[in-house]
Ligand binder design. Sequence first.
Ligand SMILES: Nc1nc2c(ncn2[C@@H]2O[C@H](COP(=O)(O)OP(=O)(O)O)[C@@H](O)[C@H]2O)c(=O)[nH]1
Ligand SMILES: [Mg+2]
Length: 351
Amino acid sequence: MRVAVAVPRRYWGFLEEELGLVKTIYSDIQCVVKVGKPSPGTYLSSERLRELGECGFEKLVVMDRLKPVQVVNLARELKRDVVDRVMLILEIFAEHAGSKEAKMQIELARLKYYIPLVREAVRYAKMGELHGFLGAGRYGYEKYYLMLKRKEARVRRELEELRRIRGVRRKQRIESGLPHVAITGYTCAGKTSLFNALTGLGKPVGPEPFTTLAPKSSRVAYRDVCFILTDTVGFIRDLPPEIIEAFYATLEEISSADVLVNVVDASKPLERIRVELETTRGVFSKIGVHGKPVIVALNKVDLLGDYTAKVRDVEGLLAGNEELIPVSSTMRFNLELLMEALYRVLRGGTA
Ligand SMILES: Nc1nc2c(ncn2[C@@H]2O[C@H](COP(=O)(O)OP(=O)(O)O)[C@@H](O)[C@H]2O)c(=O)[nH]1
Ligand SMILES: [Mg+2]
């Protein structure tokens, strides 16, 4: 799917990270437009809309929270589907959700967000200008709206039922009984690159999905240990408040982990690394994994000439349960060392 991306001013300084978020779902970014001042009706000014006219894209991703009327106006104007930052993040969550409960929680968040949109679309429906928008297709928006409302009620009921049966924060046990290692970190830190490199290194044993766990997991054998490695959603800067609940649902895979690998981008300024480490610890303690062994994979050291000073600085920020290994996932540097550290922790040593 070829997409165009609109980026508001407050993310211009985080452009790479925001585009990284888009690439999690849409790998083919055709063009990027910067939005200085959003216009109330269509979000994009007529100038920006003209700019987009020259870009061959199938979907517009706006890295901002849009009002329902803006989504609908944009879709009418461009005759293409429009997704905003909240919807994009919910798509990312949906892709990572493992358990039934997490899936339902995310589905509920999506419905809550979509219903006002569709209500807005109903107002335009008779004009026949929104064909196919939001997947309404030939059913028409009125029916689509009612269908979503019914679905929302059903998902809410089922979720309550599920929670009643299992208790809210049940202890999750992995069906295989294997230890579980979760890779976490901010968008673009290199989680997926590290996941791919490590599963390649430790001969993954079959890509079969672990149904009770996240879909992005692989069994890894290294020396005489075998463990499950999971690539998580990780942390997203500036998470919209209405989807925090859904975010916590994606963290199940972290809360059931025995060891965490926290991927940190070494090329970021030390101050940003400090804030990210602190935020991460805050979330860990909220979901009850405080004190578990954490291996901080200081990634992308290939981008620094001499990385020893950065290693020393970041080491100065570590807590007692954290250990730092400088790595480069793409250059495959120090991956053996990281695997050895994991091995030691999994065999019962300390981090
Ligand atoms: N130079 C360099 N780039 C890396 C490294 N690891 C990942 N990247 C790049 O960083 C970007 C984000 O990587 P990705 O694995 O998708 O990050 P994720 O969002 O944490 O899963 C990609 O463009 C990668 O090629 C590394 O060790 N060195
Ligand atoms: Mg990733």
